[in-house]
Design a protein around this ligand. Structure first.
Ligand SMILES: Cc1cc2nc3c(=O)[nH]c(=O)nc-3n(C[C@H](O)[C@H](O)[C@H](O)COP(=O)(O)O)c2cc1C
Length: 457
C-alpha cells in the first residue's frame, strides 16, 4: 500500500440514539430494534463484509440531565437513553463473524479491577482474541448519583484513579498466570499447576487487590486498549496506556495538534509514537453521485432532534445550553466533563460556536469530519484528513441504521481498495495482531503493561 493502511471502525452504541439524536424516527432506521440480538448480528455481518477493523461501541454511565436541569429532552429524544450494557452483545456478534474486532467502552470508575479484569478475559476468550477496551472514567454527574455518590470525581482525579486501576488490571491480566500454568493433564488430574498461578498484591491509592486472577490466560491477555479524551491530563494518560485513540476535531489543524501532542508524549514515555493508532470520528454520507448524497443529507437533517442534540452537547460539555440564546456563543469554562471538547469549541478554534451550530446536521454539529459526496469525493476527503491530521483511520459515526454503514461498505470500501489504501482481506490473528502486524498477540514490550508480566512471579 502506498500510504499507511487506513483503519476503519463502525461506531455504534447499545441505545436507540447515538451522537445524532432523533435518527431513530427516520422511516428506514432500525434503531428501535437495538434490544434484539439479530439487530447486532446483522450489523456485525455488514461491518465484516466491508473488512472493517472493528465495531466500536460507545457507552455512557448515567442520563443526560444537564440541559434544562432535567432528563426530559434526553428521554423523549432517545439521546443516548435508554442505554443498555454494550459488553453483552459482543458474544452474539462474535459468533456470526470470525475476523472483526470489538472496541467496547467501559467506565472503570464504578468497577473494581478484580471483577472487571475477569469480564474482559472472558470476552477475550469468547471472541478468540478480538476484544478491545475503550478506557473511560465517566463525565456525567447523574451516573455518580446513581452509584450513591454525592458528586462525580474531579476531572484529573478520575485519571489518577484510572492509573491505579490500570496497574491493578495489568497485574491480574499479565502477571498472575504463567503461560504454562494450564496443562489439562487428565492422567495426573491437574488442570492448572498451582505453582504457576501467582497472587497479585496491589495496594494503590484507590484500589486494593489480594487475589489470583480468576480467568485463565486469554489470547491477548490485556485487551487492545483504546482511549478517548485529549485534555492535557487525558493526553498524558493516553500516551502511557493507549494503543488506539479515538478523537474528534472539526478542523484538520485541531485534530493535527491533538495527534501531534499525543505522539510526542508517547515518545517521552519510551514508546514509538506510531505504535498508537489514531481514529478520528467521521460522519460519512455517500451515494453513487454527489447530487444523491446531498439529497440524502437534507433528508436525514429533517430527522435531527434539536432538543435531544442540545441535551447531548450539554452533557458532554457540562454546560446547560438551555440558558443560552440560539445565537449566543459558548464560553470557555474549566468543566468537570469533557475538557478537550470544551477547549476545541472555545479556545482552540477561530469559529465562534453558538447553540444553533450544535443543532446543525453538518460539520459544526459533528465537531468532526462531516463528509458528503460520491465514493471518490468521500475517499479524497478521508485521505486528505488522514494525511493532514496524521490519523490512521476513522470511527464511522452511525446516522441511519443500517443504511449509512451499508452505503459505506458498498461504495467507499471498494474505492479505497482500488486506491490501495484499504485491505482486501483480513490478516491472521488476534485484534492486536491485525492492528499491529508483526507484534504478536500480547502487549508490546515497550508498553507499560508489559512490565507487570513477571512482577507477581
Ligand atoms: C471522541 C470521544 C469519544 C468519547 N466516548 C466516550 C464514551 O463512549 N463514554 C464515556 O464515558 N466517555 C467518552 N468520552 C469521554 C472521555 O473518555 C473523557 O472522559 C472525557 O473526554 C474527559 O476527558 P478529557 O477532558 O481529557 O477530554 C469520549 C471522549 C471523546 C473525545
Amino acid at each position: 500500500m502506498s500510504r499507511r493502511e487506513l483503519r476503519l471502525n463502525a461506531f455504534h452504541m447499545h441505545s436507540p440514539g447515538h451522537t445524532w439524536a432523533g435518527m431513530w424516527r427516520h422511516p428506514r432506521d432500525a434503531s428501535v430494534r437495538y434490544t434484539s440480538l439479530d439487530y447486532w448480528t446483522s450489523l456485525a455481518r455488514t461491518a465484516e463484509r466491508g473488512l472493517l477493523d472493528g465495531i466500536f461501541l460507545a457507552d455512557v454511565f448515567g442520563t443526560y440531565d444537564v440541559y434544562g436541569g432535567n432528563a426530559d429532552a434526553a428521554l423523549a429524544g432517545a439521546a443516548q437513553a435508554p442505554n443498555a450494557d454494550p459488553l453483552l452483545v459482543v458474544p452474539a456478534m462474535a459468533l456470526v463473524t470470525s475476523q472483526i474486532g470489538f472496541g467496547v467502552t467501559a467506565n472503570l470508575t464504578y468497577e473494581h479491577p478484580y471483577q472487571f479484569a475477569r469480564r474482559f478475559s472472558t470476552l477475550d476468550h469468547l471472541t478468540e482474541g478480538r476484544i478491545g477496551w475503550n478506557i473511560v472514567t465517566g463525565y456525567l454527574e447523574s451516573g455518580a448519583r446513581g452509584m450513591g455518590l454525592a458528586q462525580a470525581r474531579a476531572h484529573d482525579a478520575r485519571y489518577e484513579a484510572g492509573e491505579d486501576f490500570m496497574e491493578a488490571a495489568y497485574k491480574l491480566w499479565e502477571g498472575s498466570w504463567e503461560d504454562d500454568a494450564v496443562i489439562h493433564d487428565r492422567e495426573r488430574s491437574i488442570y492448572t499447576r498451582p505453582e504457576k498461578v501467582h497472587r497479585v498484591r496491589h495496594k494503590g491509592p484507590f484500589y486494593r487487590v489480594d487475589a489470583r486472577h480468576l480467568a485463565e490466560p486469554s489470547p491477548q491477555r490485556t485487551p487492545v486498549l483504546y482511549q478517548a479524551g485529549t485534555s492535557s491530563r487525558g493526553r498524558a494518560f493516553a500516551a502511557r496506556h493507549a494503543e488506539c485513540i479515538f478523537l474528534n476535531g472539526h478542523t484538520k489543524p485541531i485534530a493535527a495538534r491533538a495527534v501531534r501532542s499525543i505522539r510526542e508524549a508517547a515518545r517521552d514515555h519510551g514508546r514509538d509514537p506510531y505504535d498508537i493508532l489514531m481514529f478520528l470520528g467521521a460522519t460519512v454520507i455517500v451515494a453513487p453521485t454527489r447530487a444523491e448524497a446531498l439529497d440524502l443529507r437534507d433528508e436525514y437533517a429533517r430527522y435531527l432532534d434539536v432538543q435531544g442534540q442540545l441535551a447531548l452537547v450539554s452533557g458532554w460539555t457540562g454546560i446547560d445550553l438551555s440558558t443560552l440564546g440560539p445565537e449566543e456563543a459558548l464560553a470557555y469554562v474549566k468543566t468537570n466533563a469533557m475538557q478537550s471538547l470544551v477547549e476545541n469549541l472555545t479556545v482552540n478554534t477561530d469559529h465562534r460556536f453558538t447553540v444553533r451550530d450544535f443543532a446543525q446536521f453538518g460539520p459544526l454539529g459533528a465537531r468532526a469530519p462531516f463528509l458528503v459526496g460520491s465514493p471518490s469525493e468521500v475517499a479524497d476527503e478521508l485521505l486528505s484528513w488522514a494525511e493532514e491530521a496524521d490519523v490512521d483511520g476513522f470511527n464511522l459515526t452511525r446516522v441511519v441504521v443500517p443504511e449509512t454503514l451499508e452505503a459505506f461498505v458498498d461504495l467507499v470500501v471498494p474505492e479505497l481498495q482500488d486506491r490501495g489504501v484499504f485491505k482486501t482481506r483480513y490478516r491472521e490473528g488476534t485484534l492486536r495482531e491485525k492492528l499491529f502486524p508483526g507484534t504478536g498477540a500480547r502487549l508490546k514490550s515497550t508498553h507499560p503493561g508489559a512490565g507487570f508480566r513477571r512482577l507477581a512471579a
